[in-house]
Design a protein around this ligand. Structure first.
Ligand code: IMP
Length: 429
């Protein structure tokens, strides 16, 4: 039985939500394994739009949904999202949503610390979502974090909160900011202890049982490979590993459990926040992509930077995550553009590179080398079969496959579930 991991192959916002939703129909369980409520997954089902940040996209279909240990969980955001979905008629219940007892919590002051850090970075700001994601992962690695299970261990919680605040108050004092009181934090945590309790579970054990029973597991990645804390455009990255291997670590399963890796890439490129973006377009074409693609962040509403498809970074993503297939999304946004450019290498000084350099300084000056491809006059919007695509659109897709070294397994031609051309279904084929 093949499990499937859905992984962003660019800087996030590739359209993973729709693809996960499409696959969730055939999955028995959907698992989030990294990131937190910095993610924004939009699902369009019939005339209803669902915006998810923390919940696995399977919840909308009533598929068993699991928040793994690798996720950093803001309990207030989680409860708010559950309430919002219920308001839209989706019955999110403990039978269908499980939360890892060893997941790290995002505490109410983390967002404040995140934003203070950003201010202090000045021009070098990362452009984080301000949700305290990085603070949570730092505390986790610093072995002072509060985890879900700690909420139910009163005596230990007091000690842990004191230890944690000793660290944060030292920092806040140094920055001249107001310090935090342990009793206040403990009282605040009391508010979420009970409502969260029915969802708390030993997730690794449940997943192992499901796997042994031959159930189909869908791992839902958040962000994208270029935001990976090791392999991305460091330091302009998120604080988790976004590569496919993180699916195993972040859910408590062996690497063999991951199965088929489906990368998701837009037919062009976008990025939110700061950091290098070699194929960025600061001209009318970039503006056209932003408008046509409605490129505004789901979580923060910030406009996304837009540019040409970068085959170098997607090829790197394919190799870093062992991607077996790519779902190419938003092809219709390129409709009507006469000449398309695809980046096939970078020039750094007098060197020609076939990969993104690790050095921050070199990433900042890397000049894209483009291959020009013919656009198409017709429309690909809502096409559901290859035969409906203009010949040059098919050529564009085929050339991308060659350049990235990975087959396109799925094409998305619009926001609806039905606007999809599937060449390969990893759960069935
Ligand atoms: P953080 O994850 O909030 O710490 O933000 C770090 C970087 O990751 C910033 O550039 C964010 O814009 C980016 N980022 C975080 N989550 C997402 C996402 O879901 N989509 C796109 N970019 C994201």
């Amino acid at each position: 039985m093949t499990n499937v991991a859905v992984i962003g192959a660019q800087w996030g916002d590739e359209g993973k939500g729709k693809v996960v939703d499409w696959l969730a129909e055939r999955a028995d369980v959907v698992v989030r394994f990294q990131g937190g409520h910095n993610a924004g997954h939009t699902l369009q089902v019939a005339s209803e739009t669902y915006k998810l940040s923390l919940l696995p996209s399977g919840v909308v279909r009533g598929t068993l949904s699991i928040i793994g240990n690798g996720v950093v969980v803001d309990p207030w955001a989680l409860l708010e999202e559950i309430g919002r979905l219920r308001g839209q008629g989706i019955p999110v219940a403990p039978e269908t949503l499980r939360l890892a007892e060893n997941a790290t919590l995002i505490l109410p002051f983390y967002g404040h610390v995140d934003r203070l850090r950003e201010q202090r970075r000045g021009k070098g700001a990362i452009g984080t979502t301000g949700r305290g994601i990085g603070v949570a992962y730092e505390d986790k690695a610093g072995r002072r974090a509060i985890r879900v299970a700690d909420l139910y261990d009163g005596a230990a919680l007091r000690d842990k909160v004191s230890h944690l605040l000793e660290h944060h108050n030292a920092l806040l004092r140094g920055w001249g900011a107001e310090e935090l009181l342990p009793d206040e934090l403990i009282a605040t945590l009391e508010d979420v202890r009970r409502p969260l309790a029915p969802y708390v579970d030993c997730v690794w054990e449940r997943l192992d049982t499901l796997r042994r029973a031959g159930k189909r597991i869908l791992f839902e990645g958040a962000q994208g490979i270029l935001l990976d804390v090791d392999h991305g455009t460091y330091p302009f990255v998120t604080s988790s590993n976004t590569v496919a291997a993180a699916a195993a670590v972040g859910s408590g399963m062996g690497p063999g459990a991951v199965g088929y890796v489906l990368g998701i890439a837009k037919a062009y490129t976008t990025r939110v926040g700061g950091g290098p973006f070699p194929t960025e377009l600061r001209d009318q074409v970039g503006q056209h992509l932003a408008e046509r693609g409605r490129e505004f962040g789901t979580v923060t509403g910030r406009p996304r930077r837009c540019g040409w498809f970068d085959a170098v970074t997607v090829r790197q993503a394919v190799r870093l995550s062992g991607m077996d297939g790519i779902a190419l999304t938003k092809l219709d946004v390129l409709d009507g553009i006469e000449i398309l450019q695809v980046c096939t290498g970078y020039r750094v000084g007098d060197r020609l590179l076939s990969r993104l350099p690790a050095s921050q300084a070199e990433q900042a000056v890397a000049e894209p080398v483009y291959e020009q491809l013919e656009g198409w006059p017709g429309s690909t919007a809502s096409a559901t079969g290859w035969a409906r695509l203009p010949a040059t659109a098919v050529k564009y897709v085929r050339r991308i496959e060659e350049l990235i070294g990975c087959p396109v397994a799925m094409l998305s031609t619009g926001p609806d579930r039905e606007d999809t051309i599937a060449m390969y279904d990893p759960f069935v084929d």
